[in-house]
Design a protein around this ligand. Structure first.
Ligand SMILES: Nc1nc2c(ncn2[C@@H]2O[C@H](COP(=O)(O)OP(=O)(O)OP(=O)(O)O)[C@@H](O)[C@H]2O)c(=O)[nH]1
Ligand SMILES: [Mg+2]
Length: 677
């Protein structure tokens, strides 16, 4: 094939389901490029990626790993994103910064569904992507069957680029490259060896090659004509077609290998090298104009103990020298990254990924130019993923309260899919995130990075209470002490009102039975009691009508009438047939239609009421299932939802109404409330 003009520094982003082997692929690519002299492994905690204590302890990626490599004279940044669905924000932001995305998947047709949200995201943002089917050393499935399953999830046509060569007991021992039609035998921990194509694979190879060419011909009339005339296109031409279809984001090439065994890694590198678009093409995709000036997108923010704040940015245009400013702020250093290691640079240019130190104002998603920062990196930057799971947090040491809020602020800077809420009903501080692991990571980081130990608890439900019948109540507060006494006498009618009407106070005093100036005090006393009704919860949907009363010209006071108002509630409300109200949310569960039936069970198991379902807008083969569900049942909904749907199910919830809760469930809630006193 023809020599290739040297590219500008490019960036490939590795994504894919949890444990598909992305960090191992990163290690294998680095090893193949000689960026590292020794290949580390996940299992003994020696990889370039996943170096944080939180990652090593879990043997999983908990943040993107960024590494620099030179391959055949060209400069690359490889970003290995975490696979957990709970860490999807990091993966999405990283994908935005890449020239190409490599989806690493396992050869398991039963699990490919979990790729659906990634495919959808890539399609929405027009990001060229390829598939690397990893763990082929363990594959028993036929590639054809796997490809069919993958194709059912991918909106773009998949084009297989290799066929496996299978040896004894079906083990994959090598592959045939469908462009060059060369056969290779995998070697342990080394580049594969060129061999003669085994007879056993020839038919399959010819068939797969033809399929590949036909797929390419869908996008090129000349090739189509050649195929119709039974002409065999030259390899060079085929390579050019492959470049065109990847760069045009028209098809998804599929490669095979085993990162752990170093199999298929050279082939993957070469595809990256030849087919990945240049950074200016990616900038164009993001709507970033090329006017020569320094322009960069921040796709990750990290707070580190020694380095302080690091804004990881992809430079699209121009360059940045030591001492240059960005909107008046000067980075205290510009670094190249190799996992957790940093190398100081005096200058960085187009295409490179750098860590900019101590730009305090800068946020993830910002587009940086010498003039300053533009949030959201143009209109294209993805929205923050709405949190779906929360825990109440409080500092173990009360003095850490301010520090806790500030530290959570930094966590949110690092990962904007966290959120904090000071809940007005329950007075709890809620830390919101994407799931259990996400929140556990937050708690661990609060301790390890910011030295704030926190207690976590299940969030309280914002129960309320109301009443079901009216009573008239006459209450008198009278106290005779030494000189000045206290006197206030009120007659009120307490009545239930429709749901959602809140609280109303009606003054029907005529003829000055209570002087006007004391009436606000009565209302005040009533309201104060309503903060905590006879069942222990805030009282809503009641009207209190003050219709009569008495006063004493010397002993009455605001204070006395306030107490009388309070007493009237305390004595009257318990006779009004109090009832517990629980918040009901409208929940929209989004799942692939195959799972819709399972969701019916999930909803009814959580006292939900299905309202209906319809196709999910913009998501082929997915349903949106709407239901009402009590807030108390939503807390861990996402955990069950994900376990039922290979991790892809999501939901959105918003408060809808309050609903009476009776029976054993109500008794338990009331008892727990009283026990918590
Ligand atoms: N058999 C086999 N195992 C592999 C291969 N690649 C990775 N693994 C193993 O799969 C497990 C997960 O590998 P990782 O590289 O951490 O996977 P990951 O996709 O980065 O995982 P997350 O970042 O946590 O989503 C580890 O135990 C690896 O040793 C492979 O090619 N073959
Ligand atoms: Mg990983």
């Amino acid at each position: 094939m023809t020599a290739k003009a040297a590219s500008k520094p490019r960036c490939a982003v590795l994504v894919g389901p949890y444990t598909s082997g992305k960090t191992t692929v990163l290690e294998a690519l680095l090893y193949a490029s000689e960026a590292i002299g020794r290949k580390g492994s996940i299992n003994d905690g020696s990889t370039v990626g996943d170096s944080s204590p939180e990652a090593r302890a879990r043997t999983m990626s908990v943040e993107p790993n960024v590494a620099h490599a030179e391959y055949l004279g060209e400069s690359w940044t490889l970003v290995d994103a975490p696979g957990s669905v709970e860490l999807a924000q990091d993966a999405r932001n990283a994908m935005m910064a890449g020239d190409v995305v490599v989806i690493v998947t396992e050869p398991d047709p039963g699990r490919v569904f979990s790729l659906a949200p990634t495919f959808k995201f890539l399609q929405e943002h027009d990001i060229p992507h390829m598939l690397f089917v990893n763990k082929m050393d363990k594959a028993t499935v036929r590639v054809k069957e796997l490809l069919e399953a993958l194709q059912a999830v991918s909106p773009k046509p998949l084009v297989l680029r290799q066929v496996p060569i299978r040896g004894d007991e079906d083990a994959v021992t090598g592959f045939v490259d469908l462009v060059s039609e060369r056969a290779y035998s995998y070697q342990a921990e080394k580049p594969s060896e060129l061999i003669e194509m085994p007879d056993s694979v020839k038919d399959r190879e010819a068939e797969a090659r033809q399929e590949m060419l036909e797929s390419l011909a869908d996008f090129d009339d000349t090739l189509l004509e050649q195929l119709l005339e039974d002409k065999v296109p030259a390899s060079d031409e085929v390579y050019q077609h492959l470049v065109n279809v990847l760069q045009g984001d028209l098809v998804v090439p599929v490669f095979l290998g085993s990162a752990e065994q170093q199999h298929g890694i050279t082939r993957l590198w070469k595809a990256l090298r030849h087919e990945t678009p240049e950074p200016d093409k990616s900038a164009e995709r993001l709507g970033i104009a090329a006017d020569g000036a320094f322009t960069a997108s921040v796709f990750k923010t990290i707070h580190q103990a020694h380095m302080g704040k690091l804004s990881i940015a992809r430079i699209w245009h121009g360059s940045l020298k030591e001492g240059d400013t960005i909107g008046g702020e000067r980075p205290s250093g510009v670094y190249q990254l190799m996992g957790h290691e940093t190398k100081k640079l005096s200058q960085a240019g187009e295409g490179e990924v750098v860590a900019l130190q101590k730009l305090e104002e800068v946020q993830t998603g910002d587009l940086l130019t010498p003039a300053g920062r533009q949030s959201g990196a143009g209109a294209q930057w993805p929205a923050v993923i709405t949190p779906v799971y929360s825990m109440a947090v409080e500092p173990q040491n009360r003095q850490d309260e301010v520090k806790l809020t500030a530290s959570i602020g930094k966590l949110i800077e690092e990962d904007p899919s966290y959120a904090i809420e000071h809940n007005a009903s329950t007075h709890q501080m809620l830390l919101w995130g994407q799931g259990e692991i996400h929140l556990k990571l937050a708690v661990e980081r609060l301790k390890s990075k910011y030295n704030v130990a926190v207690n976590v608890a299940r969030p309280e439900t914002a129960y309320k209470e109301s009443i079901r019948k009216s009573v008239k109540q006459h209450s008198r507060f009278k106290r005779q002490t030494g000189g000045h006494g206290q006197f206030g006498d009120v007659q009120v009618e307490i009545s239930p009102t429709p749901r959602g009407s809140g609280f109303e106070f009606i003054d029907k005093i005529v003829g000055g039975a209570i002087p006007k100036n004391y009436i606000p005090a009565v209302e005040h006393g009533i309201k104060e009691f309503l903060d905590r009704g006879p069942l222990g919860f805030p009282v809503v949907d009641v009207t209190v009508t003050l219709f009569d009363g008495q006063y004493h010209s010397v002993d009455s006071s605001d204070q006395a009438f306030k107490t009388a108002g309070r007493m009237a509630m305390q004595e009257g409300l318990p006779q009004c047939d109090p009832v517990l109200l629980e918040p009901i949310f409208e929940v929209t569960v989004s799942v692939p239609s195959d799972f819709t039936n399972k969701i019916h069970g999930l909803v009814s198991g959580r006292r939900g009421q299905i309202l209906g379902f319809e196709p999910r807008p913009g998501w082929d083969g997915w349903d949106d299932l709407k239901c009402y569900m009590p807030q108390s049942e939503i807390h861990d909904l996402v955990i069950e939802l994900r376990s039922l749907t290979l991790g892809v199910g999501t939901f959105a919830a918003k408060f809808d109404h309050l609903q009476e809760l009776g029976g054993k469930l109500a008794e338990r809630v009331i008892q727990e409330r009283q026990a918590a006193e």
